[in-house]
Design a protein around this ligand. Structure first.
Ligand SMILES: NC(=O)c1ccc[n+]([C@@H]2O[C@H](COP(=O)([O-])OP(=O)(O)OC[C@H]3O[C@@H](n4cnc5c(N)ncnc54)[C@H](OP(=O)(O)O)[C@@H]3O)[C@@H](O)[C@H]2O)c1
Length: 244
């Protein structure tokens, strides 16, 4: 009963959330990626100005009056500083593993978190907010047990394991940061290609399951939740989860 009431309230709170009169300047790292491309589309559909960053801008053929495509690399701190200066929100939706140490510190998600926090800290009150697309491995499936601990390591590609652990490390890192406005938005285990419904639940550290025990959301609805957060800043210095 309690769960049903909470589910109802979160559905009511999230359904149709969104549009604002205030046009934002958003930078998206990972706009060429599977998740970031949906975030870019959602932001443009709501009338925001988007700067899409890619190491190879020719990959982004899309044209839109509110879209600028710039070359940039998260491993180049000077280019990050130049790109994010004067923006309202930076969205980080990237993946990769740097080098072959095999350590979680080599996950791009963790390296980029550290770089952006350093850059944004330098910008003081004028710094944009940061929204980091996190990993479901960081969600609890039982009290004190992360989903990552339940994964069959033997079947996981090594780089994916590094990224999963790197995402957990990134969240631990953010949780110690109190002088930059970060948010860690967490997808469920499964992303789908489903439609944009605008109806989903918002949770905290615990993996959200639907009535059939599935943990999933479409990339398009995840993008709705992310752009809602860009507009409304409801989870500053928090992690939150999105799922049906
Ligand atoms: N269930 C889950 O937990 C789950 C599932 C899927 C994804 N995710 C998370 O969602 C996020 C996005 O994943 P995705 O599947 O959309 O990734 P993707 O499709 O593989 O795209 C990766 C993106 O990273 C960018 N990138 C890589 N290295 C870069 C660098 N040095 N500088 C700047 N950009 C760089 C790439 O941009 P360019 O090549 O254009 O430079 C590309 O757009 C990741 O954080 C991932 O961990 C979570």
């Amino acid at each position: 009963m309690r769960r049903a009431v909470i589910a109802y309230l979160t559905l009511v709170l999230t359904a149709g959330a969104g549009h604002t009169d205030h046009t934002l300047d958003l930078v998206i790292y990972g706009a060429t990626g599977e998740v970031g491309s949906h975030v870019m589309q959602e932001a443009l559909d709501r009338g925001h100005r988007v700067t899409a960053v890619s190491r190879n801008p020719a990959q982004l053929a899309m044209q839109h009056p509110n879209l600028s495509v710039v070359k940039g690399d998260l491993l180049d701190t000077a280019s990050v500083t130049e790109t994010v200066t004067g923006q309202d929100v930076v969205i980080l939706s990237v993946r990769g593993v740097i080098g072959d140490s095999g350590s979680p510190e080599s996950a791009l998600q963790f390296i980029a978190a550290e770089t952006l926090v350093d850059v944004l800290f330098q910008q003081g009150d004028r710094a944009p907010r940061l929204i980091h697309v996190g990993g479901s491995g960081s969600l609890e499936v039982e009290p004190g047990v992360l989903f990552a601990a339940k994964l069959p390591k033997i079947l996981l590609p090594k780089d994916l394991e590094v990224e999963i652990l790197g995402q957990i490390l990134a969240l631990e890192f953010y949780r110690k940061v109190d002088d930059v406005k970060w948010t860690y938005i967490t997808p469920p285990k499964n992303f789908t290609n489903g439609p944009r419904t605008g109806v989903f639940r918002i949770g905290g550290d615990r993996a959200l399951e639907d009535d059939r025990g599935r943990t999933r959301v479409s990339r398009t609805d995840f993008a709705v939740a992310l752009v809602d957060e860009a507009e409304q800043a409801r989870h500053v210095r928090q992690r939150f989860a999105v799922a049906y």
